[in-house]
Design a protein around this ligand. Structure first.
Ligand SMILES: [Ca+2]
Ligand SMILES: [Ca+2]
Ligand SMILES: [Ca+2]
Length: 366
């Protein structure tokens, strides 16, 4: 037998052995009720495969191919939840069956897996039964569509000319805008170049500017910052998404930069916070973002910050660590929304879209 074949056989046997002995357990089930959805998290102690199964009796049913229930498993009490009324776990021949009983208020749902810890996250959304609420959302969308929008792709990705290490995240923004029938112009900032001039910006009602994983020296250079400040002072609306603006800014010349005008005073760089929530009283109230960072291009180098006591800006996103990760406010006659997290890495596309549209909707209010 050739050596290569023997090696392949040995590798095959090894893989089979690992698969046989690699049974994993479901170790916890948690529920997190929110305003518009209920989120359930099933945490396993290893990698799992899951498939949805038809549930003729209603609700949702999933089968996890690798069987096992951990010793300390306790199920959350969902007796007062409006969307998910119960959860049950049962071992069957096909694998572990997870069943969620849903109420008549529940509508669509989404499920996705995350690693470290290995979790199955299921979100069950509230039905939009309220016509007034629906009309409000439609009016918001109409207002957003009414703006002349410039999308500034400053992620320093491959399509910006950074062919040796760029990661493009522009597709995420284009998809949300296109799917919601929001028209826009796009401008790609070339690798190593500054962004659009003030003269270019002032032709638009709204500028959406994102920097992806871009870092120094051309992340958001002083020309970009003064152009954006001029745009805001003249009455422009800005949505800025940058996970590295604050960390690269550091402490140099804080009085002259855009962050200072936004009211940001203290920065904690690159916290890698993974759970951020909509702040009460902001347009994001009730939303939550899971920010994955281990297995995604583009990392998660979000920066936490505080705002000065004299600032009228308001927190939009707050992290588990109590720091701010998003801000809304006014500069001159204009208004802005700033996210200091890798918004592109949100595990749940529907959260990302909801937050993005809520931000644009809030900008139209000025
Ligand atoms: Ca790009
Ligand atoms: Ca740049
Ligand atoms: Ca950063």
């Amino acid at each position: 037998m050739p050596k290569a074949v023997v090696l392949l056989l040995l590798v095959g046997m090894f893989i089979a052995l690992v698969t046989m002995t690699g049974a994993i357990d479901l170790v916890s089930v948690s529920a997190f009720p929110h305003l518009t959805y209920t989120r359930l998290e099933f945490t396993f102690d290893g990698e799992f495969e899951v498939a949805q199964k038809p549930a003729p009796e209603g609700g949702l049913r999933f089968v996890v191919a690798t069987v096992g229930i951990g010793d300390l498993l306790s199920l959350p009490d969902l007796s007062v939840d409006r969307l998910v009324t119960g959860v049950s776990v049962e071992g069957t021949a096909q694998g572990l069956e997870l069943c969620l009983a849903t109420s008549i208020f529940a509508d669509r749902f989404e499920a996705y897996a995350t690693s470290d810890p290995d979790r199955l996250v299921v979100k069950v959304y509230r039905k939009l039964v309220n016509l007034e609420e629906y009309a409000t959302l439609q009016r918001r969308l109409e207002a957003v569509r009414g703006m002349k929008i410039l999308l500034v792709d400053d992620d320093d990705g491959i399509n910006n000319g950074n062919i040796l290490g760029g990661v493009d995240v522009d597709g995420i923004y284009e998809k949300i805008l296109t799917e919601n029938l929001i028209t826009y112009d796009i401008l790609r900032v070339g690798h190593g170049s500054a962004g659009p001039s003030y003269d270019k910006l002032k032709d638009y009602d709204c500028v959406i500017w994102f920097t992806g994983i871009d870092a120094l020296p051309c992340l958001l250079c002083s020309a970009d910052q003064s152009n954006l400040t001029g745009f805001l002072e003249g009455g422009g609306r800005l949505l800025l998404v940058s996970q590295n603006y604050l960390s690269e800014l550091g402490v140099k010349n804080p009085t002259a930069n855009l962050a200072f005008k936004m009211g940001i005073c203290k920065i904690k760089a690159d916290t890698q916070e993974t759970d951020v929530f909509g702040a009460e009283g902001s347009f994001a109230w009730g939303l939550a973002l899971d920010l994955d960072y281990r297995f995604r291009p583009g990392g998660n180098w979000g920066d936490g910050f505080e705002i000065s006591d004299s600032s009228y800006s308001r927190a939009v996103l707050v992290g588990d660590d109590g720091r701010y990760y998003g801000l809304q406010g006014e500069v001159g006659r204009g208004n802005f929304v700033f996210f200091s997290v890798a918004f592109e890495n949100a595990s749940m596309p529907v959260d990302r879209e909801e937050l993005f549209l809520a931000a644009l909707g809030w900008l139209t209010g000025k």
